[in-house]
Design a protein around this ligand. Structure first.
Ligand code: IPM
Ligand code: MN
Length: 371
């Protein structure tokens, strides 16, 4: 298959982790005879340094013309602490989501048998966790009107949802539930918010077309507790933009590291794949960032083009690296591997058919990992 992939490394650790994802995609291309071409483009603080714009027109054009987008991360501390800033790096990503109408953000959360003990939660609580969050991504309070009064004594953010915006992601979530454990939980604040009450109405209505799916409702505050009390109760979670942002970060602690969570943002046109973690500025340039979330996002990219075997191959390699503790400091505090060496291991694992013998000294030296 020929794929034109727009590469948007972004800020902080984005470039380092994306580089490893490309390494893994190239290993897959070599093994399965695909032709993946990459076009790099600037976004976020990195783009602002060039001409002040966090989403240059050129980048938007490259993204619109690509088959898929692989995105790193966005945000830089200098912009975080200035409440007066009119332009922020994050606006680049938000505008890109809006322009490409990437309305469904899909965030799978699962645990790995070999790393259950790495979670801050009890092993018996997280064991068997396997759910996916469908987060609405192009509407709600993120995109409603915002204003601050002249005397700066009052500020307003508006949250609006249309039935159409709710319906399209709801159908995707129900379809996902059909191919999973047939359970869908809508998370909202219907006891307080009008938009949440519209979500409930629409979702209830749509559920009639999916009789095999068990539908539940949870308030976001209760869901925040239930997620860590009993994460195994969830299958498909459907929620709006802001609640989805918060709960998916919370959910990331279940698996032991936010560095493991991948995501896909889907719309009608080009889809975007990105780790859910941020730009982790403190780790920038240190070769310690976990590349697995970016690599697993690349696997979701392959799934999107029905390259299921290839995606599975990446997931198997990732599982192997976790099993063998070939992981970065977030998962392996004492005897950790660098970002690059985790990538090298996975690439070698994919390309080597025998993959029987792992030479730890070689991995440490950053050499070929399989001999
Ligand atoms: C995410 C991020 C973004 C969001 C930020 C960078 C604007 O946290 O992708 O979850 O809030 O959506
Ligand atoms: Mn987030």
């Amino acid at each position: 298959m020929n794929l034109n992939i727009a590469l948007l490394p972004g800020d902080g650790i984005g470039p380092e982790v994306t580089q490893q994802a490309v390494k893994i995609l190239n290993a897959i291309a070599e093994k399965y005879n695909h032709n993946f071409k990459y076009t790099k483009a600037a976004i976020g603080a990195a783009a602002m340094k060039i001409n002040g714009d966090p989403l240059p027109n050129e980048t938007l054009k490259i993204c619109s013309e690509a088959d898929a987008i692989l995105f790193g991360s966005i945000g830089e501390p200098v912009h975080d602490h200035d409440p007066n800033a009119n332009i922020r790096p994050e606006q680049g990503l938000l505008r890109l989501r809006k322009e490409l109408d990437l309305f469904a953000n899909i965030r799978p959360v699962q645990t790995y048998e070999s790393s259950l003990h790495k979670s801050n939660l009890k092993e018996e609580v997280v064991k068997g966790t396997d759910f996916v969050i469908y987060r609405e991504l192009t509407s709600g309070i993120y995109f409603g009107e915002k204003k601050i009064s002249k005397n700066e004594q009052e500020a307003t953010d508006t949250c609006t949802y249309s039935a159409k915006e709710i319906d399209r992601i709801t159908h995707l979530a129900f379809k996902a539930a059909k191919s999973r454990r047939k359970k869908l939980t809508l998370i909202d604040k219907a006891n307080v918010l009008a938009t949440s009450r519209l979500w409930r109405k629409r979702v209830q209505e749509i559920s009639k077309s999916y009789p095999s799916i068990q539908l539940n409702f949870l308030y976001a505050n209760t869901a925040a507790m239930q997620l860590i009390l009993k994460p195994t109760q969830f299958d498909v979670i459907l929620t709006e933009n802001l609640i989805g942002d918060i709960l998916s970060d919370e959910a990331s602690v279940i698996s032991g590291s936010i560095g493991l969570l991948a995501s896909a943002s889907i719309g009608e046109k080009t889809a975007l794949f990105e780790p859910i973690h941020g730009s982790f500025p403190k780790a920038k340039g240190k070769n310690i960032a976990n590349p697995l979330a970016s690599i697993l996002s690349a696997a979701m990219l392959l799934d999107h083009f029905q390259l299921y075997d290839e995606a599975e191959e990446i997931r198997a390699a990732v599982e192997k690296s976790i099993e063998l503790n070939i992981t970065t400091p977030d998962l392996n505090a004492t005897n950790y591997f660098s970002t690059t060496n985790v990538g090298n291991f996975l690439s070698d694992f994919i390309l080597d058919d025998e993959n029987t013998f792992y030479n730890k000294n070689n991995i440490d030296l950053g050499q070929s990992t399989i001999i």
